[in-house]
Write a protein that binds this ligand. Structure first.
Ligand code: PBG
Length: 327
């Protein structure tokens, strides 16, 4: 008589039973697609450190957004690259109603009104110092920055953004943005807060793409210390109290424990951002033939879901949908 009675492998014997007992799955509904918008027309530039990913002028971005919608992808997260001549230490261009971000939102909503359009709210692409806030005496000043961020969010909302996504990590910005939007009657514009955003080395390719690396120092006085987990929960809870409609943890794979902990206490959807460096790592290893690209993409995305993410911002959204369709 065989004494072994517990045989978990029974639920792994066939592909059918494996599918039937799968605890998590991914679909096009899980994704937020980041897009990089350039000034001009007919412009397209591959991002050197993100092979297979491009920055495009608005006309071409709109074409892409149509394709994304047709693929079942329902949300885009916009970033813009502004000319160095427009950068200063006050976020002047960030709040310009005719600025590139504002134009991009209007252009996309005019052509694909159903698409859920989110905008990055932070000063770094507009900052002569490459920092997410206003700089005084080598320091990033919280409260003055928050005022500009609220104006910036308002201008995105006026352009038609469905949600604004503050990625700056200043204290109190969610409450300030919510108040500013509500005062102006923009009660339906949502806020997805980058709540637990870490001072990470994995943003490198993104900063190359937007030419937004900090000009001095680093971002450790506002982005979080990778050593901390409880603090990530605190940041998420504060943002929820301040009125965030969704919270986000960033980066992705190295911070799945934070996603899990935030999800345990969050009463709003939790997103995760699989960032540029994570994309680059998978691409580079796949190019070398060291890992199977498609399998690595799907496994990394599924891991985000398993950790508790409701939504995933990822440069792999299109690849994932194509891979899912093949199955
Ligand atoms: C801007 C911002 C950054 C990212 C998203 N918004 C860069 C940074 O904080 O330095 C990184 C995204 C990525 O690496 O994919 N505040």
């Amino acid at each position: 008589m065989n004494k072994l009675v517990k045989r978990p492998r029974r639920l792994r014997t066939t592909s059918a039973i494996r599918d039937l007992v799968a605890e998590n799955s991914i679909s096009a509904n899980d994704f937020i697609t980041p897009l990089f918008v350039l000034e001009g027309e007919g412009k397209i530039k591959e991002i050197a450190s993100m092979p297979g990913y491009w920055k495009k002028s608005l006309d071409l971005t709109v074409e892409d957004v149509k394709k994304l919608w047709d693929m079942g992808l329902k949300s885009v997260l916009l970033f813009v690259q502004v000319d160095d001549s427009l950068k200063d230490n006050a976020g002047t261009e960030a709040v310009n109603p005719k600025g590139l971000m504002q134009k991009a939102v209007r252009g996309i909503k005019a052509e694909v009104p159903e698409m859920h359009v989110m905008t990055d709210v932070a000063l770094d692409p507009y900052s002569s110092f490459g920092h997410d806030g206003i700089v005084e005496d080598g320091k990033i000043i919280n409260d003055a920055t928050v005022e500009v961020l609220a104006e910036m969010a308002l201008s995105h909302a006026r352009a038609g953004a469905d949600m604004v996504a503050p990625s700056d990590m200043m204290d109190g910005r969610i409450a300030a943005i919510r108040k500013r939007l509500d005062e102006q009657g923009l009660i339906d514009t949502g806020i997805m807060s980058y709540s637990a955003k870490y001072a990470s080395s994995f943003y490198g390719p993104f900063r190359d793409a937007l030419d937004s690396a900090p000009g001095f120092g680093d971002k450790k006085t506002y982005q979080m210390n990778p050593a901390n987990a409880t603090e990530g929960v605190k940041e998420a809870m504060l943002d929820i109290e301040e009125g965030a409609d969704m919270v986000m943890v960033k980066p992705g794979l190295p911070y799945l424990d934070i996603v899990h902990r935030v999800k345990q206490v969050s009463v709003v959807p939790v997103s995760i951002y699989q960032v540029s460096g994570e994309y680059a790592m998978i691409k580079a290893a796949a190019e070398k033939g060291w890992i199977d690209e498609e399998k690595a993409i799907m496994e990394s995305l599924l891991s985000c879901k398993r950790a508790g993410a409701d939504l995933i911002a990822t440069y792999f959204s299109r690849d994932a949908v194509r891979i899912l369709e093949k199955k």
